[in-house]
Ligand binder design. Structure first.
Ligand code: 6PG
Length: 240
């Protein structure tokens, strides 16, 4: 198991390089298996990727053969400005005219533990199993400047979950509950793509790629059977 690293000039080139890779891998899954299951990441970085997909790669994939999930979500309504689902629908899924039946939304209006349970059931019932665990074709992830990924933040309980695939995770530093994939589900994916840009991430990237800190949540995400690809812009990759 290893990480593959690609560097792009800046966040705009990164978005287009990521769009090319993402659609290439997605099309491969569809050609070989007839369908693809994808988990989108949250945060702000994916927005430029979504714009690149809509602008330049809208016809690179048969989008009708893709089911969309989210690797984490905030406990807010979908209309809320912080909603990862809301952002993806506005900037990617609506412009691509994706049928709502292909979107697997988290029920964030439920109590967090219930929402996590319901989401895990949806994943179990939809995504094909490999060795008993749902195998996503592609999981897109970002990384925070504290080394978190999805909503697996440092010093939170979800980091220690070995069996559940989706959990509600209390993030004390944000004083909020988050819903997140756990390492057992993330690391089972066929293709894990990290999309990381910005100078504020460079130190964590350095610590992860020099193995100086294997405890960062983002450092603990590594595909067991497939590829773990890191796409960085020059700012985030400055120290490596
Ligand atoms: C979230 C994300 C989170 C995100 C990182 C990076 O819900 O916030 O899933 O893990 O990917 O915080 O966020 P930016 O892309 O905004 O830097």
């Amino acid at each position: 198991m290893k990480r593959t690293l690609y560097k792009s000039q800046d966040k705009y080139d990164l978005a287009y390089d990521a769009a090319k890779l993402f659609t290439g891998l997605l099309d491969l899954s569809i050609q070989t298996k007839g369908h693809a299951y994808v988990a989108l990441s949250g945060g702000s970085t994916p927005k430029l990727l979504y714009h690149a997909l809509v602008e330049k790669y809208y016809d690179a994939v048969d989008w009708s053969k893709v089911d969309f999930f989210w690797s984490d979500e905030r406990t807010v309504p979908i209309e809320h400005a912080d909603s990862n689902m809301g952002m993806a629908i506005e900037h990617l899924l609506k412009p691509l005219d994706i049928d709502p039946s292909q979107l697997h939304l988290l029920e964030t209006e439920q109590p967090p533990a219930i929402a996590a349970e319901l989401y895990e059931k949806d994943i179990q019932n939809t995504v094909p199993l490999f060795k008993g665990i749902p195998l996503f074709d592609i999981i897109l992830l970002g990384m925070g400047d504290d080394g978190h990924t999805a909503s697996l933040f440092p010093q939170t309980r979800a980091l220690h979950e070995k069996h559940k695939l989706v959990v509600a995770n209390k993030v004390e530093k944000l004083n909020t509950w988050r819903l997140t994939f756990t390492f057992p589900l993330l690391n089972h994916a066929n293709q894990i793509i990290f999309l990381v840009s910005g100078e504020n991430k460079k130190q964590r990237v350095y610590e992860i790629f020099t193995q100086q800190n294997k405890m960062h949540p983002a450092a603990q995400v590594m595909s067991t059977y497939g590829q773990t690809i890191w796409l960085l812009d020059e700012d985030a990759a400055q120290l490596i």
